[in-house]
Ligand binder design. Sequence first.
Ligand code: 5GP
Length: 298
Amino acid sequence: MPEVDRRAAALAAVAKRRARAQVKKAVATGARTPRDVAAVAFADPQSVEASIRITEFLKSLPSIGATKLEPLMERLGISRVKRLGGLGKHQRSAVSDFLSAYQSRRGIEDRPQLVVLAGPAGVGKGTVAARILESFPFVHLSVSATTRNPRPGEVDSVNYYFVDEDEFDALVTSDQLLEWATVHQTNRYGTPRRPVETALDEGRPVLLEIDIQGARQVKLAMPEARLVFLLPPSWDELVRRLVTRGTESAEDQARRLETARAELAAQHEFDVRVVNDDVTRAAELVVDLMGINKESYA
Ligand code: 5GP
């Protein structure tokens, strides 16, 4: 390996180690719940959380010391060398069950999160969001304002607040939008600020289904927001979904593919990447990322 690459690799390894230490510290101090760390690790194999060894993770839990660790690992049936991201399905559910019991024993509540669900057009953000709402109607799904015309079947105040250019300008100048952007080089879209703040004040998890420019603005305004990037299983699959949707003209589709290509390139700016190969699975992962304790609502 050339010297420069070796140096870069060493620096990257140091940064990763530091990031892992930060996550463990957040768990140890109670800044993050153990279930939250597991949710990120299980959703995204590329995350820092996924790269933490199971033994290191469990040791960071208050009250789990070296003596408790041994029998716990035995009970979970997981090899000590495993990292959180490398656990199989059954191991994950064993860890999840343990963490749920651990948290309820210690009275540790998951915290409702503001999750921004972004990703290229056609990736299925709307379907995933709808699935989440079906099961957890108390989730606040933000309704955006837009200057685009309603499509057949779309209802004002339900799908969007359809406004004209002047009305949109007024929302911007009176600071009523948490973020806004011009999407696909045509129409403006924005997230009304007040309903998001009200829902969070009420302790409800909030879901924003917006584009990547908006996601960046939300992170700046609210650093605690979690940015989730929904990925297609493959580029070919994305093209197929976009083309078969058939609601847009060929010109629109070409423009959307162009935007999708640019958006995919930005996935590493996001906190968590979730592959939408199966709607039920993707929705479950996002639910866990929103700090929703499924058992409390079963
Ligand atoms: P559509 O016109 O197909 O409903 O939405 C087009 C794009 O606008 C989607 O990528 C969607 O995520 C994005 N979008 C919808 N609402 C908002 C919003 O409030 N803010 C931003 N930045 N993007 C939005």
